[in-house]
Design a protein around this ligand. Structure first.
Ligand code: ATP
Ligand code: MG
Ligand code: FE
Length: 351
């Protein structure tokens, strides 16, 4: 099926077009620059930017893929989670498009979409189930057991405080690096020593590994970085930005990979799927591949351009739903800013 996907949950207006598991176009307009001077996403600014960007971005995606609007078989949209106002713009546009084209509409979960980005990796065979999935984004850090991406996602654990991406953004700010912090820290860390400073690994002590085996905590790490910087400043010493960035990144990556591989071992599942904006992190990709290989676990990583928010992953998830014979969504849905990851599709029509 030929699917057009619309993503507006945060600050990226993403339009993606897929045919089955083949990516035809992935067009993104970002309002990131407008938010950068505030040090974070301003919801009202994001919603207005989506409104302005949607139509030109849809046209750009169609042009890039050489597809005519009339050829689209179904429309897909993110209904949550995300910023309510931003989501509403995409949901409204998707409904209008589906109704005017007289095509089915699939309202899907943004987080499952991040995992579905893996489907579009042209160099890998189809995803095998069950698989453990590590979802690491700006608002979420979760470990999932995916038995079927279209119908059966189990939440094993998640962050008890900050998301990993949020920690990257906050630590970047402490280091005087611009927003968004993830790519900046990645860059700064290249020349740093990851073992220069031993920052804490949240919820990783033996007792925590019993009670919070699949949960994460990053606020203690962020505070530890802040304290370390304060002490250096109080002593009048310069801040070794590269070493702090590399050591912080190492602490985040270490916990993420350790817990993901523990989940693979515990469930007897030698497959790990990575998804979410933080998966763009070079060190995370390298360490996950290296340590998984040592344990006989195969890792799937989405193409870099599909890690952060995009419409192609939303279209890919809807294509899976269509191919597995699932009915579309009714028009009775809205934006759900707190949609749980276990709700893969919303407002599914009764078959
Ligand atoms: P969610 O998906 O939970 O709703 P989101 O959509 O805002 O949140 P994404 O777009 O998936 O999040 O990811 C954005 C996050 O990824 C930001 O926090 C950003 O700093 C982080 N990020 C992007 N590139 C990198 C990188 N190279 N290293 C680390 N973090 C990164
Ligand atoms: Mg974003
Ligand atoms: Fe996201």
């Amino acid at each position: 099926p030929l699917i057009l996907g619309i993503e507006t949950s945060c600050d990226e207006t993403g339009i993606g077009i897929v045919r089955g598991r083949t990516l035809l176009s992935n067009t993104i307009a970002s309002s990131m620059d407008e938010h950068a001077r505030y040090g974070g996403v301003v919801p009202e600014v994001a919603a207005r930017a989506h409104l302005e960007a949607l139509e030109p971005t849809i046209h750009a995606a169609l042009a890039e893929s050489g597809v005519a609007l009339a050829d689209i078989d179904a429309v897909a949209v993110t209904s949550g989670p995300g910023l309510a106002g931003a989501l509403m713009v995409g949901v409204g546009a998707a409904k209008a498009l589906a109704v005017s084209l007289d095509r089915p509409l699939y309202a899907v979960n943004h987080l499952v979409g991040h995992i579905a980005a893996d489907i579009l990796d042209a160099d890998s065979p189809p995803i095998e189930y069950p698989t453990v999935a590590l979802l690491v984004s700006g608002g979420h850090t979760s470990l999932l057991l995916v038995r079927d991406l279209t119908s059966d996602v189990v939440l094993l654990g998640e962050t008890v405080d900050d998301a990993a991406g949020e920690a990257f953004d906050k630590v970047a700010r402490l280091l005087g690096l611009p927003y968004p912090g993830g790519p900046e820290i990645d860059r700064a860390a290249v020349t740093g020593d990851p073992e220069a400073i031993r920052f804490p690994r949240g919820l990783s002590r033996p007792g925590d590994m019993a009670a919070h085996r699949y949960d994460f905590s990053f606020s203690g790490l962020k505070t530890a970085v802040a304290r370390w910087i304060e002490q250096r400043e109080a002593a009048g010493e310069p801040i070794p930005v590269a070493d702090v960035a590399a050591s912080f990144r190492e602490a985040v990556v270490d916990v993420l990979v350790t817990k993901a591989l523990a989940a693979c071992r515990d469930h007897g599942v030698p497959r790990l799927l990575l998804g979410g904006g933080v998966i763009a992190n070079r060190r995370l990709r390298d360490v996950a591949l290296e340590r998984a290989a040592a344990e006989g676990v195969t890792v799937r990583i989405p193409p870099l351009s599909l890690c952060t928010d995009n419409g192609a992953m939303i279209a890919a998830l809807a294509a899976e739903l269509v191919m597995s014979g699932r009915p579309p969504s009714t028009l009775e849905f809205g934006a759900d800013s707190t949609l749980p990851v276990t709700e893969i599709q919303v407002a599914e029509a009764v078959a």
